[in-house]
Design a binder for this molecule. Structure first.
Ligand SMILES: N[C@@H](CCC(=O)N[C@@H](CS)C(=O)NCC(=O)O)C(=O)O
Length: 146
């Protein structure tokens, strides 16, 4: 399997944790923020990562969104399960997972912009990354934390 990701994204880490928990072998391809849309949007219709390419017969070619990746992995490799046997608890867990993705997940991204605009500038020293950090992360951070 191939995981398209941003190396520092917490949603991508979430996908890596699930793959590791299932012990499913996978490779990663790190995409450059901004340019990633050229590759990802035609495949998924979305601009977000992670995106998993199962590369297996009789499986979907593309699975986008960390939650969908969790559900796909539970079907592909049922044990160990990411779900609970108790239906009531299981639906609460998935509701919580969805809520955390949409609340803390998004808030954390803004804290990360602030980090990248400051001491985290050198997380990825490539020129394109530096350009993006200077152009976007700095502006976002100053808007959010001014
Ligand atoms: N609900 C999505 C959120 C993923 C997400 O927001 N990923 C960010 C990286 S942390 C992203 O790809 N942002 C780029 C963009 O929105 O263009 C998931 O769980 O996969």
């Amino acid at each position: 399997m191939l995981l398209l990701q941003f190396s520092t994204s917490h949603y991508c880490r979430k996908a890596r944790l699930a793959l590791g928990y299932k012990q499913v072998p996978y490779r990663v391809q790190n995409l450059t923020p901004g340019l990633h849309t050229l590759k990802v949007k035609p495949m998924t219709g979305l601009t977000t990562l992670p995106v998993l390419l199962p590369e297996q017969d009789n499986q979907p070619t593309v699975v986008a969104d960390s939650t969908c990746i969790f559900h796909f992995l539970d079907r592909y490799c049922p044990e160990p399960s990411l779900s609970l046997e108790n239906r009531q608890l299981n639906s609460e867990v998935w509701a919580l997972e969805d809520w955390l993705d949409e609340s803390i997940g998004i808030a954390t991204r803004f804290i990360y912009y602030d980090f990248r605009a400051g001491e985290g500038k050198m997380v990825n020293p490539s020129p394109i990354s530096q350009l993006i950090v200077q152009r976007f992360a700095g502006n976002m951070a100053s808007m959010l934390f001014a």
